[in-house]
Design a protein around this ligand. Structure first.
Ligand SMILES: Cc1cc2nc3c(=O)[nH]c(=O)nc-3n(C[C@H](O)[C@H](O)[C@H](O)COP(=O)(O)OP(=O)(O)OC[C@H]3O[C@@H](n4cnc5c(N)ncnc54)[C@H](O)[C@@H]3O)c2cc1C
Length: 460
């Protein structure tokens, strides 16, 4: 009998592993358990579905369940929730329609993702209060907007999902208030990016409330389909109530680790499943990948939790290849991320601010420069701000953030520098492409490196 590779979770990490393992080793039996109906979907596209840029929810699906079964020969079982893993017997137990199915494995991948944090606010159960983490929630938000034609929206949380949803709801004609407890939105992108995005959100008509703790939601009026019977009418902030006909709560995610923890598999310092460079957990032949698992930070070498799509896809693919017989490292992560905030692009990679660098044991030095995205004389050029951080002793590049109307994807140059452990001098000397419609002769990232190089020189 052939070997069996069992995968729990049918999205980015799980399906990347299934596809890669099958491609490399067609005789392998690959069984995927997915508790919902959707597989291989792009959660990242959901804000753009709500906004109306993506017409159908199905457009976010890269391969349907039928295609996985028929074209990839994967034994895909949707509506099957894995409820237990026995790492001694090497079996998983799945629950489907009140039936229990026991499935033996030779190799197991836990790719259960993360869940949206549901804060203990009053009124979380009111009709019109949503989190947005899975496709059914995106569908429910869209239907709610169609059915009730709300005028005011509250977004709680100024992370990238909150910022994207503020744009989506504004585009649907709602008047949006965004509440963030911290002094800046997009906290992992650093203060430089946060301040520019905040000014832009306000320009776009968002009622932005920083350092504001939401206490809950207030309802009124009968509504169908709500646990609390009422529909949301306002956000409660101490003595003040801010009108809101709909609310999106985007205050972060937590890794889905119960299954692994119950099976006695070790969690790491971040609270996600601990893994080694091959994605292996503490249990023999059990791997973990994606939003439920830790990854290694390329700058610090420490375990990190980076719930982002490429981290999940890449780790899943590597594990699929390992299980197929070719040991492949999942690779470190720099936490490289980019977000569209109305007309602005904002991006980050590695360590973005000096205090975080100091905490990680570096002696940081940083610069912030603003330059043109194209040659200054070429039409359409926009200002681009680059914030670059390096270590004074080793002169190694530690991270960066970028913000502007054009060219935020330039963060990838710095992400590459981090992967190659380049110094500021080496970054400054990269041979990057130039023509007036695309860049100044000195790309803004190179200019930032030149200025930072000068500062490092000053310190000698
Ligand atoms: C609104 C939104 C926007 C985003 N935008 C971006 C972006 O622009 N860029 C970016 O890099 N990332 C983005 N992300 C994050 C990205 O979508 C995730 O990092 C990625 O989906 C993680 O993939 P995963 O396979 O680890 O987990 P998931 O996609 O969460 O998939 C896990 C799957 O496991 C299933 N499952 C869980 N437990 C069980 C069980 N016990 N049994 C069976 N099945 C189970 C779940 O139903 C789910 O389908 C966004 C996420 C959201 C919610």
């Amino acid at each position: 009998m052939g070997e069996t590779f069992v995968i729990v979770g049918g999205d980015a990490a799980g399906m990347s592993a299934a596809s890669k393992a099958k491609r490399e080793h067609p005789e392998l039996d690959v069984v995927v358990f997915e508790k919902g109906d959707w597989v291989s979907y792009a959660a990242c596209g959901m804000p753009y579905y709500v906004k109306g840029d993506v017409e159908e929810l199905d457009d976010l699906v890269s391969l349907t369940p039928e295609e996985f079964v028929q074209e990839r020969d994967v034994d895909l079982r949707t509506q099957h929730e894995v409820v237990a893993v026995d790492t001694d017997a090497k079996t998983v137990t799945a629950s489907a329609d009140d039936e229990r199915v026991e499935q033996p494995y030779d190799h197991l991948l836990i790719a259960t993702g993360a869940s949206a944090i549901r804060p203990p606010f009053d009124g979380m159960g009111l009709d019109g209060v949503f989190t947005i983490h899975d496709m059914d929630e995106a569908d429910a938000i869209d239907r709610f907007l169609d059915r009730h034609d709300p005028e005011t929206a509250a977004v709680v949380g100024g992370g990238y999902v909150g910022v994207e949803m503020a744009e989506a709801l504004s585009a649907r004609g709602l008047s949006v208030s965004l509440f963030e407890m911290l002094p800046h939105v997009l906290q992992p992108f650093g203060d430089v990016v946060g301040a520019e995005v905040e000014a832009h959100l306000r320009e776009q008509g968002v009622d932005l409330r920083l350092e504001t703790a939401v206490e809950g939601f207030v309802g009124g009026g009968e509504s169908e389909g709500s646990a609390e019977g009422d529909r949301i009418e306002a956000v409660a902030l101490g003595d003040e109530q801010v009108p809101a006909d709909v609310a999106i709560v985007g205050v972060g995610v937590e890794p889905n680790v119960e299954l692994a923890a119950d099976a006695g598999i070790d969690l790491g310092p971040t609270g996600a499943v601990a893994t080694d460079e091959y994605g292996r957990t503490s249990a023999p032949d059990v791997y973990a990948a994606g939003d439920c698992a830790e990854a290694t930070n390329v700058v610090t070498g420490e375990p990190d939790h980076v719930p982002l799509a490429l981290t999940a896809n890449r780790a899943g693919r590597a594990i699929g290849q390992t299980v197929a017989g070719e040991p492949t490292e999942v690779g470190p992560t720099a936490g490289t991320a980019i977000v569209k905030a109305f007309e602005l692009g904002a991006a980050r990679t590695g360590i973005v601010d000096e205090s975080a660098a100091r905490e990680a044991g570096f002696d940081p030095v940083s610069v912030t420069i603003t330059d043109e995205s194209r040659a200054g004389y070429y039409p359409g050029s926009e200002e681009l701000t680059v914030h670059l951080v390096a270590d004074r002793q080793s002169e190694r590049v530690l991270g960066a953030s970028v913000v502007g109307r054009e060219g935020a994807k330039r963060i990838d140059t710095v992400a590459t520098a981090l992967g190659a452990e380049l110094t500021v001098g080496e970054l400054q000397n990269l041979d990057l492409a130039y023509a007036p419609p695309f860049s100044p002769v000195w790309d803004p990232v190179l200019t930032a490196a030149k200025v930072l190089g000068g500062r490092l020189g000053d310190a000698d």
